[in-house]
Design a binder for this molecule. Structure first.
Ligand code: ADE
Length: 401
């Protein structure tokens, strides 16, 4: 993670986070540990708990817990509630969230006395935080790191695009070529999944509720149809919507025997597990680790991956380090910003300053050895200095010449 390393080296020299208590509720992976080490180098104390019980790497959690200044509350398979309480009791000044659980817990406990603000890295988390803000109940600024330009492109399109399929293939060892893969949701992550699935030889069908996105999917050459029509067609289904019950009884009832169901959205609500269980004639059987078979009355079998939890982290290792390098370097810089000028931002969901994004991209290009052009002073002046020609007012109709 060369970009994060550069940030960490600067942090070690400048100590911009000296003495700050920073709590994070993120996936406990090697990449997250590298982010924690950068924050520690900047002078912070860090506390970390797991955003998802199935993504925790116990070896990483144990190694990080050995580092001075780091407290880790995570064990694979354990729900994060108690750990969240520990972090709330610690009265963090900054938070990093993947799903908004920590920010919400701090607000619920009214533990905001030292709190400057937070960072949120998922669409799902931002939906919750915007709802909180609309209800007048979000009392600090939260930077929408998930909506930074670099994050949208790398994390969502390339990160989820590759890692969701990687999780599906690791869990099932299935060949994607020739299969019909249905992507439910064509936001930046769905676009990534669709693009990579097509690259792997799948026939890709997209389901979307937004007309502009649906049109874009169609123009990209995907088949676009309602979920109910797609349910009959698909061999593999991937939900990436941030919405609950996207696949439910009416869809399960018409799916093919052997259909594979995977969710790549943050929470395990996109595939209705309640309706799937209700339709099944017996409790699910674990065919192989992470693949459960639900048998329906007419003999059809549906295969649910990772219990409907985020497949790229629960069956794989999440986004590769190259992607998290960009994402987490951006978060380290965003934490520095919030600890400084950003703390004066009004309460609510706030955009990440563009300059910060540009800095991350610049460092990444440098690390890749890629050079780029720059405008000359003349070009810059041409681009910015255009003034509209001042036209003489034309006489009003019927007026004397
Ligand atoms: N989110 C997606 N992939 C991740 C990873 N490798 N580490 C932490 N968070 C992630």
């Amino acid at each position: 993670m060369p970009v994060l390393r550069q940030v960490r080296e600067r942090f070690a020299a400048q100590r911009p986070l000296e003495g700050l208590r920073i709590a994070a509720c993120l996936h406990v992976t090697a990449e997250t540990a590298a982010l924690m080490r950068a924050l520690l180098a900047g002078g912070a104390q860090v506390g970390l708990c797991a955003a998802n019980p199935l993504s925790t790497r116990d070896d990483v959690a144990a190694a990080l817990a050995e580092v001075e200044g780091a407290a880790v509350f995570a064990r694979r398979g354990e729900a994060p509630e108690e750990a969240l309480d520990e972090l709330v009791a610690w009265r963090p000044q900054l938070t990093l969230d993947d799903g908004a659980d920590l920010i919400v817990a701090l607000h619920e406990a009214d533990a905001l006395e030292d709190y400057l603000g937070g960072l949120e890295e998922t669409t799902t988390g931002l939906v919750r935080l915007r709802a909180l803000a609309a209800a007048g109940a979000l009392h600090r600024p939260v930077l929408a790191v998930n909506e930074a330009r670099s994050e949208r492109v790398f994390n969502d399109r390339y990160g989820t695009g590759q890692s969701a399929l990687d999780g599906i293939v690791r869990a099932t060892n299935m060949l994607l070529a020739g299969r019909t893969l249905v992507v439910l949701g064509y936001g930046p992550t769905g676009q990534g999944v669709a693009q990579r699935a097509r690259g792997a030889g799948a026939v890709v069908v997209v389901c979307e509720i937004d007309p502009v996105r649906a049109l874009e999917a169609r123009m990209e050459g995907y088949e676009v149809m309602p979920a109910l029509a797609a349910a009959e067609r698909g061999d593999v289904f991937v939900t990436v919507t941030g919405v609950r019950d996207v696949l439910r009884a009416e869809h399960f009832q018409v799916m093919k025997d052997g259909a594979v169901l995977a969710n790549a959205g943050h929470f395990d609500v996109e595939i209705s597990l309640g309706e799937l269980r209700a339709l099944a004639i017996e409790p699910p059987v674990e065919l192989i680790p992470l693949v459960e078979e639900y048998r329906l009355e007419d003999g059809r079998r549906l295969h649910l991956l990772t219990g409907g939890r985020v497949v790229n982290l629960a069956a794989g290792e999440g986004h590769p380090a190259e992607v998290m390098d960009i994402s987490f370097a951006g978060q380290a810089l965003a934490a520095e910003y919030l600890a400084g000028d950003g703390a004066a931002l009004p309460a609510g969901v706030q955009p990440v300053p563009d300059g910060l994004d540009v800095e991350v991209a610049r460092l990444k290009l440098e690390a890749l050895g890629v050079r780029l052009d720059a405008l000359s002073a003349d070009q810059q002046a041409y681009r910015e200095g255009w003034t509209p020609p001042v036209a003489a007012p034309s006489p009003a109709p019927g007026s004397a010449p």
